[in-house]
Design a protein around this ligand. Sequence first.
Ligand code: ADP
Ligand code: MG
Length: 564
Amino acid sequence: MIRLLDETTVGQIAAGEVVERPLSVVKELVENALDAGATRVSVAVSRGGLESIEVADDGAGIDPADLPLAFARHATSKLVRAADLERVMTLGFRGEGLASIAAVARVRLISRTAVSEVAYAVDAHGLEVTQAEPLAAAAGTRVVVTDLFANVPARREYLRAPSAEFARISSFLATLSLGYPSVTFSLSHEGRSSFIFPGGAQIEQRLAHVFGPPSAQALLAIRARETSGAIPIGVRGYVSTPGVDRPDRRMQLLFVNGRLLRSTQLAGAWSAAYSSFALVGRQPFGVLFLDVPADHVDPNVHPTKSDVRLRRPETVHDAVRHAIASTLSHDATARMRDALSFFPPAASGSPAEYGYAPEPFDFAPGDATASADDGARRPGLRILAQLDSTYILATDGNALVLVDQHAAHERVAYESIARRAQNGEAAAEPLLIPYTIELDAAEATRFEPSRESLAAGGLEAEPFGERAYRIVATPAGYGARAFDVRAYLDALGDDIPGLGPRERVWASLACHSVVRAGETLEPAEMHALIERLVRCENPMHCPHGRPTMVRIEPDDVARMFKRG
Ligand code: ADP
Ligand code: MG
């Protein structure tokens, strides 16, 4: 027999989705406080929340006339019409937080707005809400929740020990506080203070609490950036320095527009950014604060609002990956420069030599910087071997360094070509014997527009009949190889994040002018290559974003041998 359920049961079922455990109550109440513009949020818990949960704030308060509605299901001050759902700026919006809590507990709510002389209190339990009665209280709102799940014994049984429930609350509140640095948060259990995070102070105290002091020390600030692409995406936050990492993703914390959540759509972005910096299977940790235009985020996809649906997940994913990768690369570069001490001692060179070396890299035997003896004697780096005619194996006596010779040379060539092209410095070397390349119609259509940028980069191709071009000059220092126009066109088609059309031409040109994998190099050549590489602006990656080198730290080696 099919029957309509009574309203109390309906309320309990609906609440079951929202209020799973004491933590859920804290989450709903703290979100309300933040939505009300609170600058102070205090949470007091007893017996892990089973006996009572109290959340007090100094926010806007509730107008006495609105009080009876606060506990009605689907009653909210945060949305007016359906269209507002497309640009939700508040944490709450469904109007079911207080109703759900009242369905499974006793709730007393005391609230006073700034303009009201007195506060008003209401008690709610199940579907009943008492008349508001006046009393004296500070401006803001205080909600006290008792007898949680008294009327749903099944829920109670499924809870853990009070200490475990409290631990969840504590870790949630500390984590949430990272997203609201100007707000003071405090938490107490059984009347004892567990933490106070003063608002406006540095975020370090909160980071140390959430990640543990040693791990927090290893956090790098993500260089604040806003992408200029189709949608503006702000990325701020902290990520662990390469080498300090974890076996799982648990500590990859994410805020999207102030909402603390786990995003299935963005879950891979951290590891995608980290893959070139660490051993397989290790994960970085940290916290990201993303600002995405509200109409690009649908927060209404999960009962406890713990995930969102992004309208353009790939764009956001790329912005995140890029922000993390460039922070890590910046840091790794700095560390590598220290660790390998490639630069000659101060006495032996002018300051200009410490910067970027404008001459292109070639393997001229007489090159003073490229003597093997010199390399062997220099403290810091020792080149050990070439592996598989593809990688250079080196060490600074501590870590192992593996360099991808093609990617490394590509980076060196790209910076040299791009820099000279931008400065309008002649970089072309006329060929004694020009050669001809022939293209089909489609190839010619793709080739023609890049001719001007190619010429700026040093490769001069003159039209020669219908669909043929004559190569009359190549980038100075890189002329040894014939210009492989098809490979060039292929590479040109790759979308390279962060590079404009002209830079793409130069990256592609560089890619086809340099040492390939599979070429045997002399020690002096390897040394010269690495020396040039570390003087690059962005030595850790080739223009296509692939890593040029990886460091394997002693810790990593220890892990391989199951020592640590
Ligand atoms: P929602 O947060 O989705 O709007 P709730 O049931 O959590 O739904 O709250 C209902 C309404 O009660 C809110 O829209 C808000 O107007 C008011 N309210 C709840 N808590 C507070 C608070 N701490 N300060 C001010 N207003 C509050
Ligand atoms: Mg709410």
